[in-house]
Design a protein around this ligand. Sequence first.
Ligand code: MOS
Length: 711
Amino acid sequence: MSARPIGQPLDRVDGRRKVTGHATYCAEFPLEDVCHGVMVPSNIARGSIVTIDAAGARAMPGVIEVLTFENAPRLPDKGRGATEPPAGREKSLLQDNLVRYHGEPIALVVAQTLEQAMDAAAHVRATYAEEKAVLVFEEAKAQRCKPEKAGGGKPDREWGAAAQAGADARIEHTYTTPMEHHNPIEMHATIAHWEGERVTVYDATQYISGVREVIAKTFGIPEENVHAVCPFVGGGFGSKGSVWSHTVLAAMAARVVGRPVKVMVTRAQMFVNVGGRPCTEQRLLLEAQRDGALLAVEHHAVSHTCRFEDYTEACTQPTRSLYAAPRGHTTQRLVRLDVSLPTFQRAPGESTGTFALECAMDELAYELGMDPVELRLRNHADREPCSGRPWSSKKLRECYEMAAGRFGWERRNPQPRSHRDGNWLVGWGMATATYPAHLEEAHASAALMPDGTVVVRSGTQDLGTGTYTVMTQIAADTLDLPIERVRFELGDSDLPQAPVSGGSMTVASVGPAVRAACEALRAKLLELAGGDASRMYARPAAKVEVHAKASPAAEDETRQAVATRSFGAIFVEVRVDADLGIVRVPRVAAAYSAGRVMNLKTATSQLKGGIVMGVGMALLEESLLDTRSGRIVNANLADYHVPVNADINDIDVAFVEENDTRFNSLGARGIGEIGITGVAAAIANAVYHATGRRIRELPITLDKLLPLNEN
Ligand code: MOS
């Protein structure tokens, strides 16, 4: 082998299986005798069920059972046994007659076929004692409350000295982002199958060991009795990081009917029953000297949650970490609405937070008459501002330089509306991208098989991102083996335990465990060879297997002393139709400082995917809540717009060389979420440059821009 496997732009090792239809997704497991469960949604946002009539539905063809609050098995503690996020959340499990949001499951119909179950579900009738629901964010804002925590940290943070006089420029604006919903191509789905006291759950998830734990705690059974399986995921983006009601309901129904039950979340239910991004309102205040040096930053964020659990969109996180302001103050508040529970959605906090912060920085640059890149360099944080800790590694300056160069930023005339191409108003904008680097304890095993291949296993997940491929590369690299001789297995809770595939931490957590397992295997083989490496050419007669763990605790002291975060710079061109207000994004150039890159091809795809999602966030995505009923009115992919191929053009992604060994032994920081950050701000800033119109309310739709002609 010429080049080391790590870093190579290797094709996905599971690519062939996927394109030939041989990759089995959770809803596709061919279980014998499987029947179908369909959730019946509530028609009100708040109140209680007075009567529920399932008799008609029960009598319909193929119907096996209808579970309602009247006959559903009672769960210990009403099913609240596991409510600790990320895996555990407050669920709707037919334990009482209360209705807490529109679309809350009030029954589960189980039938022979999916069509029969859907038909019968439409015939379950309920009457309600309706209560007045609070659905308007603006109206509920007066009752905002302080959450216990925000994104794992304290909701409020203050640093630095008291306010200094002498600010030459001051920016204070409010930015808003709407409710959004993840919409991975693969909708959530569960097949549950009991054999005696043991249950197997095929569940589309980012967290198999979380599924095992939640099912066990919810039913009050030992974890050993639960087997969670998920070899492939068709996108997660955070919604599959938690175990939602349908997974438990599938297991409940399977136990009642004594057969495997499959529950697939419909596209409409994707907007109600599996979380989504809450709406945010963010007030940004920046004070600076004439030379651009920030004196103070303030960021006050309010986001919505439901009435029964707190989820805080931690928008202020990037502001605590991005610019070297000597004084800072950030706060997070919650507004309770009678809607379903929101959750983490790709780059939670950072995607929404960078929109506000990076637009405000652009506004400040115009106020000062300064280039926006120059302003950011002037305030580059050599240490984390809120904590004073040094960075494990940071190459943000190089990102600005690299991405600006590839984009051609030096040719920009900063004057708004200075560039016109026929009927198109052309604008260039930029923003900083950032996302924290996390890792958690992970385990892996490695086995040399009698045929000379190595099988490496870890109970992690591949969300479609390339975990199979990257772990194969890390194992092959560690063992000096060709890629073809290594097989990596994941997606089964019986494998050595790994953390949630969320927070962009799979590579940083599982990678070191895979490496440790392969090193242990090598040591074991050497031991078997009597310490004589020249005798290692012989193949073993039986499998030789070792287990290893990579624990963050081992390196904690080094890591606690440093701040760990990835960075990037993104530059975009927009073209705005001067008559119609249509916004196009013909090209994007971005560069990232994300640690060592494990696979150039899958890493580039990750970042491109994140940027595409950022285009959606900037221009298209918005879940519309009917404030009379509490129903999401555009709960389908015809009315909830995401970018399609025709919306996406040139996206140039580059990486700055980096090897962050103070973060972990692999030097990799994680790249799942940073791609979406900064994108919406860069587009909003480019729209301002193109049109002279500052839009502080996402998405930037044409109704907010028109009229654009100056006469
Ligand atoms: Mo990510 S929103 O932690 O899957």
